[in-house]
Write a protein that binds this ligand. Structure first.
Ligand code: ZN
Length: 455
């Protein structure tokens, strides 16, 4: 099995991540988080929020509605341009993203360019392609009392069209549309940022690679509003801080990360600089996140579509300007997969030749549980009672503490290794004598005796 297969299997076996709607045979591009996955994901988003919002003085949170006025997506360009190149095999009618069927193709690949490569259909192996069409990736829905019958009736078709809304394809627009609210009520000085964590939806043509490319995901985005004259230095600072966050807080290895300066022809037309931070995933290098300088593109679009001024008046200089924006944007699941891939290890068990253990070496801040408490033997009431006392005490102090008295001690260690619990605390007969416990370290498997009072 590949490392990715092992990760998927571990995530399911231990209750981190299940295929979406598993009981009905799944639902492509969706994943459900189980008890441990919820904890890991929450720890990750909390860490991000703490680093970017709570610990700083100039980035503030917003939490916008997922359903937004459809004009949002006209102004942002998503209605016209948020599309992937779709190509259909005329033999088996399989539909694919053309730019993913061969190396080195961009999203703007033309039919001629694609046909010249003589790609075979991944499903039926034939080569008989239709024209490349643009497929808009937004999920649309209807807001209000619209009946399915309305589509057959000419006069109702207008109602249907008018009621069309979209599940947001990014959290960014929920930030931009609140920029004016925040400026008018909160009066932040430039530069300042607005941060949001929330769900986003993209109707990916071919969801793949576990949680890397899914149809429903969570994003953590910051729109950082700056004076146009300072964007270059602010960009450098945000890029540097992003790397600090990824390596020092999240625990990714610097050697797995690579900054890719996106070439002018591949950048969005309004962007003067975009850096994609690439990560060495088990199935190959993929984009982990991006930092884009978006100029005043979004605020100008909103201003034009809404007829409202997005200008900002500097309190000291009285200068009136439209701020420019730098956007660090990361998908929660993409980051989570990078965390899992970094933490996953298979190692020989010391003293037991031929045996291996699977261990998730998660940073302590991310581990679902910080401690596991267990009695050496579950059929000795004195040990169980003492262990319960220690468990209650630690749970009060550290919250994220689990109890395990299943199987033998070796099996418990294997399980806690697999779910990334940094320390296992075992209460044995010596504990009853001298109030010390065995503390076993997840990464080194070494054990030390510690006084209960010092835990
Ligand atoms: Zn085919």
């Amino acid at each position: 099995m590949s490392k990715m297969d092992n990760l998927v299997s571990l995530c399911k076996r231990r209750g981190f991540i299940f295929p979406g709607s598993d009981v009905y045979g799944g639902f492509a591009g969706t994943w459900d988080f189980g008890p441990l996955g919820v904890m890991l994901k929450k720890n990750l988003t909390d860490l991000w929020w703490n680093f970017w919002v709570e610990k700083r003085d100039n980035i503030f949170g917003v939490d916008a509605a997922i359903l937004m006025n459809p004009r949002t997506w006209v102004a942002s360009g998503h209605v016209d341009t948020f599309a992937d190149p779709l190509v259909e095999c005329k033999e088996c009618h399989g539909r694919f993203r053309a730019d993913k069927l061969a190396d080195g193709l961009s999203e703007s690949v033309s039919t001629d360019e694609f046909l010249a490569l003589h790609v075979k259909c991944p499903t039926c192996g034939k080569e008989n392609w239709g024209e490349i069409r643009k497929f808009n990736m937004m999920f649309s829905t209807h807001v209000g009392a619209v009946l399915p019958d309305d589509l057959s009736d000419e006069s109702s078709k207008a109602l249907v069209k008018k009621s069309t809304a979209y599940l947001r394809p990014e959290t960014a627009q929920g930030i931009f549309t609140n920029y004016k609210n925040v400026v008018d009520t909160f009066y932040p000085d430039l530069p300042f940022g607005l941060a949001q964590v929330g769900k986003a939806f993209r109707n990916e043509i071919s969801p793949r690679d576990f949680i890397l490319r899914d149809r429903e995901c969570s994003q953590m985005e910051i729109e950082y509003f700056v004076h146009p004259k300072t964007w270059e230095t602010e960009f450098e600072t945000l890029l540097k801080e992003t790397h600090t966050f990824l390596t020092e807080k999240v625990g990714l290895k610097a050697t797995d990360l690579r900054d890719e300066e996106v070439a002018k022809e591949d950048r969005a037309h309004y962007s003067d600089r975009t850096v994609d931070i690439m990560f060495n995933y088990p199935n190959g290098e993929e984009e982990l996140m991006g930092i884009a300088y978006r100029t005043d593109f979004d605020l100008q679009n909103i201003s034009r579509e809404s007829g409202k001024s997005m200008e900002y008046r500097d309190k000291t200089t009285n200068e009136v300007l439209t701020p420019h924006v730098i956007e660090p944007s990361v998908g929660v699941e993409r980051l989570l997969l990078a965390v899992l891939a970094t933490a996953y290890a298979e190692e020989p068990v010391e003293g037991k030749p031929g045996e291996t253990r699977t261990v998730l070496k998660l940073p302590e801040a991310l581990a679902p549980y910080k401690f596991c408490v267990s009695p050496l033997l579950k059929n000795k009431p004195d040990l169980v009672k003492k262990a319960q006392e220690v468990y209650v005490k630690l749970k009060e102090k550290y919250t994220f503490v689990t109890w395990d008295d299943s199987g033998n001690i070796g099996k418990r260690y294997r399980k806690q290794d697999e779910i990334g619990t940094p320390k296992c605390i075992v209460i044995d007969f010596d504990t009853l004598e001298d109030n010390t416990v065995t503390v076993r370290d997840r990464d080194t498997a070494s054990q030390v005796r510690v006084k209960i009072s010092e835990l």
